[in-house]
Write a protein that binds this ligand. Structure first.
Ligand code: GNR
Ligand code: NI
Length: 176
């Protein structure tokens, strides 16, 4: 297995619209295994293929307490949505930034599993939030896109600053 590189905002590749998975082969299984490892290693509860620069409609998630229930959704579709919830969201592609986002409380999802078999699920709460967040990635949308342009610009500047500090620190370690 391998840990994959996660793209970060405002990388334009994160705005790519993913296309449907058509081939269910060993390479797809390997991608799912690598994405799952990458998600756990980054302490995320979900990861969309878009975030690792693979523009196919698939995502992995694990919203369990013990982080021992990985799930895969290939070619996911939301068949119905109802209710409303606001949750404080974060994103591995927007590190260190959190904002409340309003989403549907209940959704019915249809997707295909790694075995190529279609399934349907009713989800609520955090599981529903996470699927909606991941499915947004697959159409090139980030949670910061729900913020005002002003706030989004503040996010961009904060990330730029974080990266500058991190690279300066890396340089310091080289010199000393
Ligand atoms: O790890 C993550 N936590 C999270 C918290 C609230 C709402 C959504 C998420 S998903 C995020 C991982 C990620 O960036 N997935 O795309
Ligand atoms: Ni995300």
């Amino acid at each position: 297995m391998a840990k994959l590189n996660i793209l970060e905002f405002p990388d334009p590749r994160l705005t790519t619209v993913a296309s449907a998975v058509v081939v269910f082969d060993e390479a797809l299984k390997l991608l799912v295994a690598d994405m799952t490892e990458t998600m756990y290693s980054a302490h995320g509860i979900g990861l969309a293929a878009t975030q690792v620069n693979v523009h196919k409609r698939l995502l992995v998630l694990d919203v369990s307490e013990e982080q021992n229930q990985p799930r895969v959704y290939i070619n996911p579709d939301i068949l119905s949505r109802s209710g409303e919830q606001s949750h404080e969201e974060g994103c591995l592609s927007v590190p260190g930034i959190y904002a409340s986002v309003k989403r549907a409380e209940n959704i019915t999802v249809r997707a295909v599993g790694i075995d190529g078999i279609s399934f349907e699920e009713q989800l609520e709460g955090l599981h529903a939030v996470c699927i909606q967040h991941e499915m947004d990635h697959l159409i090139g949308r980030l949670f910061v896109d729900y913020l005002s342009p002003l706030k989004r610009n503040m996010v961009r500047k904060k990330l730029e600053k974080q990266r500058k500090v991190a690279s300066q620190e890396a340089e310091d370690h080289l010199v000393i």
